[in-house]
Structure formats: C-alpha cells, structure tokens
Design a binder for this molecule. Structure first.
Ligand SMILES: Nc1ncnc2c1ncn2[C@@H]1O[C@H](COP(=O)(O)OP(=O)(O)OP(=O)(O)O)[C@@H](O)[C@H]1O
Length: 481
C-alpha cells in the first residue's frame, strides 16, 4: 500500500517505434494508515461474526476447551476433550444409526469438503473445462455444500452463469476421477444448481437373495430389490408397461421372477393374472403352474397376445364413459403379460404373418392396455430399434448390463448415460453385476440404480409348491411367507 506501484515505471518507458501501444500508468492513491487499519479491523470482526454464525458448533469445539484451559489450567481443557471423545465413542458404539444420522455423516461431510472437494475443486474445474481463465482471472463454479449418506457424497454446485446441465453431464468422468470416485451422477437441484453424487462404496456389490413373498395381496408397486440408497426397489407394473433390457447373463430373469414373486398373493386372491410368453422355452417354463396362460411356440404366443387384446377391448367397451382407470377386482383382474426375449417374437421371427400379428398385438397392448388393467413386462437382449420398434411405447425402462455404451440411451432414452446410467460398465461377473440395473421411470427423468433379488431355481420350486397346493384364493391379509 505504501510501496510505489510498478505502474509508476511507465513514465520511464521509451519507444522508438511510432505504432507502439499507448502505455497507461494506473493512478496511485495514497491511503492514510488509519483508514487501512479501520478497514482491516472491520474485516476481521466481520469474519469472526460470520464464522460464529456459520459454524457455531465447530467454533465452540475450539473455543470452549481453550477458554477452560486459560481460566482454570490446561488439565481442565484436556479433561473436557477426553470426556467428549469418550461420550461420542460410547454413543457410536451403543446407537450407531442415530450417531451417524445426527453427527457422523456431518463430520464426514465436513472432512470430505475440506480434504477432497475444496482442495481439488479449482484444478478439477479448470482442467475439465468447467471453469475458465479470462484476463488472468479464474472463474470456477461455486461449491455450495457437501452432504454424506451411507454410500455417497452429495455435492451441491452453483453453475457458472451461462452453463448448461449438458456441460456437466458431458464431463462426469473428469469429475469422478478428479475427486477419486468411480462414477458421478448429475441431477438438477433447482435452476442453476446441480447435485453431483459421488459414490464412496457400492452398496449393491453383494448379491441379494430373493425377497420374502409379501404378506398382503397387492397389485404393486412390487418390491423386487434394493436401491442404491438402501431403500426398497419397488417396481410399478399396474398402470404402466415395463421394458427390461440386458445382455445375456445380465439378470433379466431376476427382475421377471422377483416381480412374479411379489404378485403371487394377489394372484392367489384373484386380483392378478399372469400370462407368460416363453419363446426361449427356458426361463418361464420352470414356473408354468403359476401362470394363468402360458405359451411358448410363436403361433401360441400370437394367440395369447391377441386374446389379451380381446380382454383389453372388451373392458374398454364396458368401461367407456363409466370409469377412466382400472381398479383390480376378481371380476376384472389386472392382467400382466410377461414376455421373455421379445425379439424372438418380433425381429427374429421368420414367419412374416406371425411377426405382423405379434407386433400389432404388442403395439395395441402397449398403447391402450394400461388404462384397462392389461400391462406388459417384456425382456430383451438387443435394444436396437430394428429389433424392437415399439420400445418407446414402454413408459418405464430398465437397463441391466449392456454390451455397448450407445445402447444405454437406446433403452433409457436420450441423455441417460450422460446423467450417470453407466449400464455398459456393470461388471459381467455374475456375483458383482448380475441383477444390477438402472431404471428410468415415466415419473422421473433421473436414472436410478438398484439391484434385484436373485430368485433361484429352488425359490421358484418353493413358490410353485406353495401356490399350487391350495387353489382357493388367499384372504387379503394372510401371511404366506
Ligand atoms: N439378481 C441377481 N443377483 C445375483 N446374481 C444373479 C442375479 N440375477 C442373476 N444372477 C446370476 O446370473 C446368472 C444369469 O442370470 P439370468 O439367467 O437371469 O440372466 P439373463 O439376463 O436372463 O440371461 P439370458 O438372456 O441368457 O437368459 C444366474 O445364473 C445367476 O447366477
């Protein structure tokens, strides 16, 4: 401040070329020392007040032991710290969930904010291209806050003015590796703000056994597995159509069988009928006795689908002008048409006549069936458009492990992979990756990661034995598992 600024040297510059740019000397204002002292004191006080206001607990943690040590001797300060540490350890040992909820995750979030995100923020933003250096000044997006859950860090970010969500979703790999995570998912928090999820560990890394058959007959949503955040994965089947795509061995069977398993009490109560199409003659034949209608060869599959269309049209005629939504009853149960490997019936079908009949029936069911209680749950391996031209007619889509990154958007819709649905990176090892899926539901554009429970052959056998032993419908509240 009291030093002569380098700008003063401008007066000594001598130029011999006539077109030299004009050199301006910045004006130097000599500030009285008292003004500088007042400004610095004001900034210090404002900083202390802001610190106390924003971080009262952290401030107390430092100031209280220091004050105690100052007033009564250092032994008192150390004793207080030891007492608090012992108390916190006891709390964590006795009631871990409440400790984690109220303190543990906050402490971890604070540590991760300082050690991981703030420390690497500027380089990661600039190198990934999300920040800019203009005229020697760095403009980087604002790191608003970090919160921790049991499996991920959730980082709230204020985008730079003029940035788009796509700028961020195009750089999820830079962000993930820059902050030491395996992946990053981008969601919109509100206008101009994003929520970035960086998983710290994979809560879906261990296979999930088949879930208990529900005690109560319900048409759904059916609990079929676990979501990444630990909450149950409930799949809606009534009032929608679901497409499940996955490479061979990705675990399509676990989604189909978990859904059937969850619906069994409702099947026994007469509220649901399952019509199964099994062109591969492998997956569904095992539990044939559970289905109201079963077809395997293509001609029988075409008949089944056309019968489902007839049910749909008959109901549409009856419901017209009376009710707009279907309520499952014993007279008008929800009909779930389950198709394993739908491409066998469409793209790979050599009989042109059958192919046309099947495609027409599937298109009719998926466009008009849901309002009258006919739903389709279809699985397929190859999601290319020419393999299943009607894939956009399924409101809800699930992508298990896929072979190529382009297939992710084919199944889940445009931009799903950029938002973090990395279905092509799911492990091909069955114990690590089978049954793991990204689901994109009609109600939410954000892909959700989850793992379906694995329904083994023994489980299917037990389901068949239990549900075929007694043909009487179960009362709605009877315990069956
Ligand atoms: N949810 C799951 N959790 C753990 N392992 C699973 C799960 N689902 C399937 N697996 C394992 O992966 C193997 C293949 O599963 P599945 O047959 O269901 O795959 P798929 O996608 O139907 O394959 P395909 O198209 O060849 O029939 C199973 O034998 C099992 O070992």
């Amino acid at each position: 401040m009291f030093k002569k600024l380098p700008g003063d040297e401008a007066q000594h510059l001598v130029s011999t070329t006539p077109d030299t740019a004009v050199v301006f000397r910045p004006a130097v204002l000599r500030t009285p020392a008292i003004v500088t002292i007042i400004i610095f004191t004001w900034r210090l006080l404002a900083g202390i007040v802001r610190l106390l206001w924003r971080h009262p607990i952290a401030s107390a943690v430092v100031t209280v032991p220091c004050a105690l040590a100052w007033l009564h001797g250092w032994q008192w300060g150390v004793a207080l710290i030891a007492l608090v540490l012992v108390g916190l350890t006891a709390w964590a040992l006795v009631d871990r969930p409440s400790f984690a909820r109220l303190l543990g995750w906050r402490l971890l979030a604070w540590w991760r904010l300082i050690w991981v995100y703030r420390r690497h923020w500027q380089p990661v933003m600039l190198i990934s291209g999300l920040g800019r250096t203009l005229k020697g000044r760095d403009y980087v997006p604002h790191l608003v806050k970090v919160t921790c859950t049991s499996w991920a860090d959730l980082v709230t970010v204020k985008m730079l003015t003029g940035q788009a969500v796509k700028d961020w979703s195009d750089r999820i790999e830079h962000l993930a590796h820059g902050f030491g995570a395996t992946s990053c998912r981008v969601t919109i928090a509100r206008s101009g703000r994003l929520l970035l999820a960086f998983p710290r560990r994979d809560p879906l890394a261990t296979p999930l056994p088949a879930l208990l058959i529900p005690a109560v007959a319900s048409v759904g949503p059916v609990e079929i597995g676990k979501r990444e955040d630990g909450s149950p994965w409930r799949l809606k089947v009534h009032g929608t159509h679901v497409l499940v795509a996955g490479a061979t061995g990705a675990g399509k069977g676990s989604i189909i069988w978990s859904t059937i398993r969850g619906l069994l009490p409702a099947v026994r109560a007469g509220l649901v009928q399952i019509w199964a199409l099994d062109p591969k003659l492998m997956e569904l034949s095992f539990g044939r006795a559970l289905f109201d209608y079963y077809a395997a060869d293509p001609a029988a599959c075409a008949d089944l689908l056309e019968d489902a269309v007839k049910v749909m049209q008959e109901r549409a005629g009856r419901f017209a002008g009376v009710q707009r939504n279907h309520i499952p009853t014993v007279e008008d149960p929800f009909v779930l048409v389950v198709v394993d490997e739908v491409a066998f019936l469409t793209a790979y079908q050599s009989d042109k006549g059958l192919k046309v009949r099947i495609s027409a029936a599937l298109a009719t069911l998926t466009t008009q069936g849901r309002a009258v209680g006919v739903g389709v749950l279809a699985a397929l391996q190859d999601p290319r458009k020419d393999v299943l031209s009607i894939r956009n007619l399924f409101p809800d889509k699930i992508a298990l492990r896929l072979d190529e990154s382009e297939q992710v958007d084919m199944v889940l819709g445009d931009g799903a992979r950029d938002r973090g649905a990395l279905a092509d990176l799911i492990s091909p090892q069955p114990d690590l990756g089978a049954g793991i899926a990204y689901a994109r539901l009609e109600t939410s554009p954000e892909p959700m990661r989850a793992r379906a429970g694995y329904v083994s052959d023994a489980d299917i056998r037990a389901m068949v034995a239990t549900f075929t032993a007694d043909t009487l419908p179960l009362p709605l509240t009877e315990e069956v598992a």
